[in-house]
Write a protein that binds this ligand. Structure first.
Ligand SMILES: [Zn+2]
Length: 282
């Protein structure tokens, strides 16, 4: 499943090329998770703004042609890669394959969504604060690199929650971006047992966790930017990142720091990997 680092690397790979481009045509393939919410031909002539990311959503702002028939109607496309989606900007896109379900053809190239399982979405919204974008984005926790997320604000968000810290990270309601592999690795780097209840974590734990989460995600983004052009490979950035993981997928193998065998437990139906020596429960 594409995680936040893949989505951010995708954004970086397309944003500067798409900014200012003009939409020439739109092609919708098989239905995605939700309908587009606007007639595709209504987007023709619109100009693309700067592609933004919120959680695992991408936002493609579109400004309509001021001389066109629907002048002044601004908005954008909210895009999600779902379980198996990937997005690439092609100079010459060629014929769409059986899994290419959305093309945004512009004078800067064709932005093509390929999504075999079709849990992805491309959705028109009049703005990020308007529906349907507002409701979808309101469920998201803080951005991991947002400077307003500090050890203090993280501590304040965790102190009344009794759920295990790993489960909370995975849910994304306090901070987004920690999919299973990144949640496991961040907790390993922070030296925190993934089963620790959130309300048992002190301010210093929160400081270590935030540093670890940011360094884990930053490393994944570096790998994505340096090793992968697009993410048509379903394992994507997470696959490259896993090759150097400390605990994820390493059950029974020795921890690189202390030699103790890495353990695997189930938390909320997901595998959690951790080192029982390096990661302490509070
Ligand atoms: Zn260890």
């Amino acid at each position: 499943m594409p995680e936040l680092p893949e989505v951010e690397v995708t954004r970086r790979s397309i944003a500067s090329r798409l900014q200012g481009a003009r939409v020439l045509s739109v092609r919708c393939g098989k239905p995605l998770r939700w309908p587009l919410g606007i007639a595709p031909q209504a987007l023709i002539g619109a100009r693309l703004g700067e592609v933004q990311r919120r959680g695992k959503y991408l936002w493609l702002p579109l400004q309509r042609d001021p001389n066109g028939p629907q002048a002044g109607l601004d908005g954008g496309l909210l895009l999600h890669l779902g379980m198996s989606g990937s997005l690439a900007l092609h100079e010459q896109a060629g014929e769409p394959g059986p899994h290419a379900h959305f093309d945004l053809v512009s004078n800067a190239g064709t932005l093509r969504l390929t999504d075999p399982r079709r849990f992805g979405a491309v959705l028109w919204s009049p703005g990020l604060q308007a529906e349907p974008a507002a409701t979808l984005l309101s469920r998201l926790g803080a951005e991991p690199f947002d400077p307003s997320l500090t050890p203090l604000t993280l501590h304040a968000a965790l102190r009344r929650r009794k759920v295990a810290i790993k489960t909370l990270l995975l849910g994304g309601q306090v901070v987004v971006g920690a999919g299973n592999i990144y949640a496991c690795e961040a907790l390993y780097r922070a030296g925190i047992d993934p089963r620790t209840r959130c309300d048992r974590l002190g301010r210093r734990h929160c400081e270590r966790l935030l540093v670890a989460l940011r360094s884990t995600l930053a490393r994944a983004m570096d790998l994505g930017g340096s090793t992968l052009r697009d993410f048509s490979d379903a394992h994507g950035v997470a696959g490259a990142f896993q090759a150097e993981a400390g605990v994820y997928g390493r059950e029974g193998q020795p921890c690189a720091a202390c030699g103790t065998a890495v353990r695997r437990v189930l938390q909320a139906q997901r595998s959690t990997f951790f080192c029982p020596t390096c990661q302490r429960r509070s």
